[in-house]
Design a protein around this ligand. Sequence first.
Ligand code: ZN
Length: 96
Amino acid sequence: MIERKCLNCGTWNKDEDYCVECKKPLSPKALDKEKEIQLRQEQKEAKPSKMEVYLNRARSSRYLLVRWGYYALYSLFVFVGLMGAVVAWMAAMANA
Ligand SMILES: [Zn+2]
């Protein structure tokens, strides 16, 4: 039998996962569970970054030109990334 002192209210608990007085988690198992729930809550509440909001707005814009601009920029990013990969690959081949 393990006795655990509640960090929140100071009550000594027997082999409980949660404090009998204030219902705070006591055991490592319960603490892990609590942390996981908190993490999930934070992820749910995390707002998308300004860039994401801006991109999403551009993608679903009513204006064709804005949507075109989005896809043009997107293609450019993909193209630049591809070129970077090609250049890296060529450099690797040249050294081989
Ligand atoms: Zn307590």
